[in-house]
Design a protein around this ligand. Sequence first.
Ligand code: OOG
Ligand code: MG
Length: 264
Amino acid sequence: MSKNAQIAKQLHLAQRNQTPIEQFSSVDPFSLSEAYEIQHELMKQRIAEGEKIIGVKMGFTSEAKMAQMGVSEMIIGQLTDAMHCSNGGSINRSDFIHPRVEPEIAFRLSQDINEPIQLHDVLQYVDEIAAALEIIDSRYENFKFSLEDVVADNCSSAAFVIGAFQKPLDVLTDLNIELIINGKVAEKGSSNDILGNPWKSLVAASELAHKYGLRLKAGDIVLAGAATSAHFINENDKVSAEVEKLKDLSFQIEPKSHQKLEKP
Ligand code: OOG
Ligand code: MG
């Protein structure tokens, strides 16, 4: 097995067993393009187990997220059908290591994007948009990583919830965004916090996908990246997001369904 496939396997098992692992790059550094190769290996393993890729997610498109995680470059990861949680549904706490949630905006593509697109063309590629919540869950101990480590770990992707889709708004600036946990506003932001204009995140997704060999197909979902910092979530939490002019959405966290066996 190649070195990249071995790293991918460890990340895959960390996710499947909800057991965090040490960062790789601190012991044996690798480049950003190698990190994307590891991400592709990881996705191959998930596909081999029956998952289907249904879109991508952008990361670090806001200052708040870059500051929270100490990373300063945009990244792109892949979403599978197994990560999708329906609006109003629930996720089980036992499927995650140390999950966090963040409010986002989702685009649904009307046609394939095979090369970088321009800001003035974005509407041609999107038939619907929605508010979204992303659940991230780093496979690294203490949710700490380098840029390369997080890219290899499929950008901490773990689950996502999408609100009701609606026709795209040409202007996505100046929309208030709130993350609400158990009835209290946990984070407040604006759509301007996503690259000054969330449509720019789709342009950036087209550039990164082209550079690192990810596919963007008609019907795929693109998550624009969080507008605010992410919040840890706990058993029984009820989480919702409100994005001005888009429909609200919510989900909840079911308590752990199985206890890990304690060593005697
Ligand atoms: C990496 C993923 C970043 C976003 O929206 O900025 C991300 C992480 O914070 O663990 O999803
Ligand atoms: Mg995100």
